[in-house]
Design a binder for this molecule. Structure first.
Ligand SMILES: NC(=O)c1ccc[n+]([C@@H]2O[C@H](COP(=O)([O-])OP(=O)(O)OC[C@H]3O[C@@H](n4cnc5c(N)ncnc54)[C@H](O)[C@@H]3O)[C@@H](O)[C@H]2O)c1
Ligand SMILES: O=P(O)(O)OC[C@H](O)CO
Length: 336
């Protein structure tokens, strides 16, 4: 692909760990960058201490990075990175729209499915901000690793290759490598479903079921999201790439993942309510699990692991009962 020019002025909508890490990348590239942070104290900490001490403590950010708690003050970007939790993204986009260029490029960096509608974020954008041109940024990348300059590679999906080149110039870096695809839905599916499977992987670890069980879960989980992905029109190469298998491996095997560590606590016998009450950050898999189970049911695709996670977070079944069910499924051919 040809090189693109970076955007001159970027707005980042969402002041959590990921918004801060992405803002830092853009500011390091000389892009005038403003983060909208919902919490005024987060905006103040970024402006005064150059640190998001609430969601990404201990990491120094580029002093040129600015933040505001007023959404209208974040509307002036030439382009937008959307990094709010998925369940709040529709409301935030609606509120932002009157203050922003209607045809602005928007890169979707959050990972999940809107539970109330079963929609991926590209479909939500098409509804509430129809002139905006969407891209999807997804792949194995912990905000802390990226903000500390550790090597990372992710997928940037956009139907418009020239626009993708501009995104890559805006946030890319030698330690943050972006690989281009035009398979937007493929990139979205990986990021959403891996969070659900990471909860299951955490349960396996929390229950002490062993490394072999974990590997089996990842491989059979990958089979689920391939079946679902293909049914939704994704390409297999995307599902097997950074935004799919790559992110599944990272998230399902590291306790740095909020989804995996949440599953771990559930496996240890704590209730979802207890686990969530002790956290200020987002675990997208909790709301995405029922959405995945619904979509799969509607499409007639079998996703037993995702369905088990949906039942678990709904409080409808016990961990032990769900494990017993999964282990007593009939033997079958691996390709199915
Ligand atoms: N943290 C990572 O390593 C990472 C990496 C890649 C993608 N992501 C994705 O980025 C998205 C944001 O995650 P994060 O890690 O930056 O968040 P976080 O867990 O660090 O912080 C929670 C965020 O949710 C916001 N929030 C809470 N209630 C809200 C509401 N009602 N309306 C709008 N915003 C609200 C908070 O302001 C805060 O910005 C998620 O979809 C996540 O899956 C995160
Ligand atoms: O901490 P998690 O589980 O939200 O995962 C963060 C990133 O999505 C990993 O790629």
């Amino acid at each position: 692909m040809n090189d693109g020019a970076p955007f001159r002025k970027l707005s980042i909508i969402g002041g959590g760990a990921w918004g801060a890490a992405l803002g830092n990348l853009a500011a390091n590239n000389g892009v005038e960058t403003t983060i909208w942070a919902r919490e005024p104290e987060v905006a103040a900490l970024i402006n005064k201490r150059h640190e998001n001490a609430v969601f990404l403590p201990g990491v120094k950010l580029n002093p040129a990075l600015k933040a505001t708690p007023a959404l209208e003050d974040a509307g002036g970007g030439e382009a937008f990175l959307l990094v709010a939790p998925v369940q709040h993204s529709r409301a935030v986009m609606k509120a932002l729209r009157p203050h922003a260029r209607p045809d602005a490029p928007v890169a979707l960096c959050s990972k999940g499915i809107e539970q109330s509608t079963g929609m991926f974020l590209s479909a939500v954008v098409a509804e509430v901000w129809p002139e905006a041109v969407p891209a999807v940024l997804s792949g194995p990348s912990f905000a802390r690793d990226v903000a500390q300059g550790l090597p990372t590679a992710v997928t940037l999906a956009c139907a418009d290759e020239a626009l993708a080149a501009r995104w890559i110039a805006t946030i890319g870096a030698p330690h943050f490598r972006l690989y281009y695809t035009d398979d937007v839905i493929g990139a979205e599916i990986g990021g959403a479903v891996k969070n659900v499977l990471a909860i299951a992987a955490g349960v396996v670890e929390g229950k002490g079921l062993g490394e072999s069980a974990k590997a089996a879960l990842i491989a059979r989980g990958f089979a689920e999201f391939q079946r679902l992905g293909v049914a939704l029109g994704a390409r297999r190469e995307t599902l097997a790439g950074l935004s799919g298998l790559g992110d599944l491996i990272l998230t399902a095997t590291s306790k740095q993942s909020r989804n995996m560590s949440l599953g771990f606590e559930l496996g240890r016998g704590r209730s979802l309510h207890e686990v969530l009450a002790g956290r200020n950050n987002v675990s997208e898999g909790v709301e995405t699990a029922p959405a995945v189970a619904d979509i799969a049911r509607r499409l007639g695709v079998e996703t037993p692991i995702c369905a088990a996670v949906a039942d678990l977070v709904a409080g409808e079944r016990s961990v032990d009962g769900l494990i017993a069910d999964l282990l007593s499924r009939p033997f079958r051919a691996e390709r199915e």
